[in-house]
Design a binder for this molecule. Structure first.
Ligand code: 5GP
Ligand code: MN
Length: 328
């Protein structure tokens, strides 16, 4: 089977915008993940190969686990913004996910929104939204192909990282035949996928394991074992010497328990906000549940943020989730 380039019409519009501008900004969401960072660098390499000036600026710092990516040092935060004619916003379903980059984006004439979230609110001047793509990494791969640019090792490492992290190592339902065809082309560049996966998944800081240990002590079940939930308080972060980055993937432990349909992780932030991550097995739509609390995401992975006291927020969210399970 041959890989067909998807979304040619919208990609063509984007390519024309690239051709007629010189100064670019690429940004992504708060608490950036592998898809956010990998796609950002791969797109930067593409633009630099076209002779463009590119700034990579986020509202949050680069997570330590992605420092191994080529050119990761180009990603900045908390810096004065250079003048940009065009901004690419990657992996962002709504402007609220941009943190303090939101105001900066409002001052840029052309905003290109490249995303794969189903509920994307199309805030860009141009919106390339494809919820059938596993990741923005897969979208940027199609941009390279459309532009007939050969994919070299540095961008292949970044795109592989974007795709492998957003598909849960090719386990989630967003992994398609096309995803595997794209990845096979990335592997053909000669990248060492074992080395990349070791960097991402087998390089765990002790703080992360300590945080997991504390979170697992809170694991409880509701709705006859169909809901598994855990919480992390700000004290637990302190006790484990951990940061928010260390909490990535902990929610999966709740969802992966036998019989659980929805896994929920409640994280208490020092500013009084409670961040809630939902994960489900294929049938249950957690985007619907997160949307009820002002959040969003994907069918099987969503999140929202609520202000309030941890135990009452937990009770209420579990109650709403149980009702949703009953009706589905
Ligand atoms: P996570 O639980 O890993 O932080 O997020 C799961 C999914 O939900 C991701 O696809 C992410 O884009 C989305 N998401 C995370 N936080 C929020 C949020 O506050 N609002 C919305 N709309 N989506 C979110
Ligand atoms: Mn993504």
């Amino acid at each position: 089977m041959k890989l067909l380039i998807k979304n040619e019409k919208i990609i063509n519009r984007i390519v024309r915008q690239i051709a007629c501008h010189k100064r670019f900004l690429i940004t992504t969401h708060v608490y950036p993940d592998g898809d956010a960072i990998g796609s950002q660098i791969a797109l930067c390499i593409l633009l630099k190969r076209m002779g463009k000036d590119v700034g990579l600026i986020n509202s949050f710092p680069l997570p330590a686990r992605y420092k191994f990516l080529p050119n990761s040092g180009l990603i900045k935060h908390d810096v004065n913004l250079p003048y940009s004619e065009l901004a690419f916003v990657l992996d962002v379903g709504s402007k609220g996910r941009l943190g303090n980059m939101r105001d900066h984006i409002n001052n840029i004439k052309t905003v290109i929104n490249v995303d794969h979230h189903l509920g994307n609110d199309r805030f860009g001047t141009i919106n390339w939204i494809n919820s059938h793509m596993s990741s923005v990494g897969e979208q940027i791969f199609h941009l390279y192909k459309y532009m007939k640019l050969d994919i070299r090792k540095p961008e292949a490492i970044c795109l592989y990282t974007a795709i492998v992290t957003d598909t849960g190592s090719f386990q989630y339902s967003n992994t398609s035949v096309e995803t595997h065809l794209a990845v096979s082309e990335l592997l053909e560049t000669g990248i060492d996928h074992t080395k990349i996966c070791n960097q991402i998944y087998k390089n765990i800081p002790v703080s992360k394991l300590k945080l997991l240990q504390l979170a697992l002590e809170t694991l409880s079940f509701d709705a006859k074992g169909k809901i598994g939930h855990m919480f992390i308080t700000s004290d637990m972060y302190t006790k484990a010497c951990a940061t928010e980055e260390d909490s990535e993937e902990i929610v999966e432990y709740a969802r992966n328990v036998k019989g659980v349909e929805v896994g929920i992780l409640f994280k208490q932030h020092s500013n009084g906000n409670i961040k809630i991550s939902f994960r489900s097995r294929s049938k249950i739509d957690v985007m619907k549940i997160a949307s009820k609390f002002g959040g969003g995401g994907h069918h099987n992975a969503s999140a929202c943020t609520i202000k309030g006291e941890l135990s009452s927020v937990l009770k209420n969210v579990v109650r709403v989730t149980a009702l949703e399970l009953e009706s589905s």
